[in-house]
Design a protein around this ligand. Structure first.
Ligand code: HEC
Length: 133
């Protein structure tokens, strides 16, 4: 009888050790499987209008909002130059539109949201004063 209880306890100990080991493995691997995308791949240092922001707008917005197209297919909103786009930064509609937060028409129109890195770059530029730099 004593030996049966002993075997049972031993069995339990082995199970506990296995559970702890597997758990440790899971957490070790989680760090490498889910790295923090924001800090590892999105460079938000030295953001300027000419180096990053205008490129993002050209690639994602100016097929409708370029100066020559704004009135026909861009809803009258010209994002073709810094001077033309600045009012939409100031009134918040630019940021609201790319955040898809319900406070402005979601942009880019009929397309998926900008990448989280592109949004972060634009937010960083706005937070630093949205300069024509
Ligand atoms: C396929 C064409 C198209 C693209 C691409 C596009 N827009 Fe628009 N945008 C429009 C139209 C049309 C409107 C007028 C409102 C509407 O029809 O939804 C508009 C409206 C806006 C407005 C005013 C929103 C409001 O509610 O006041 C802003 C700001 C804006 N766009 C910014 C952007 C930005 C930033 C991008 C790129 C990330 C972009 N748009 C890409 C067509 C486009």
């Amino acid at each position: 009888m004593i030996t049966e209880v002993g075997k049972f306890l031993k069995y339990c100990c082995v199970l506990v050790v296995i559970a702890i080991t597997l758990n440790a493995c899971y957490y070790d691997k989680a760090d490498s499987i889910y790295p923090d995308i924001t800090t590892t791949t999105c460079d938000t240092v030295n953001i300027t209008y000419s180096n990053q922001v205008s490129g993002i707008i050209n690639a994602n917005c100016n097929n409708c909002h370029a100066s020559a197209l704004a009135n026909s297919i861009g809803g009258g909103i010209n994002l073709g130059t810094y001077t033309a786009m600045k009012p939409y930064i100031t009134n918040g509609s630019f940021l609201n539109s790319i955040l898809h937060n319900g406070q402005a028409a979601p942009m880019p129109k009929n397309a998926s949201k900008l990448s989280s890195c592109n949004i972060l770059v634009i937010q960083t530029w706005i937070n630093k004063g949205a300069l024509n730099n």
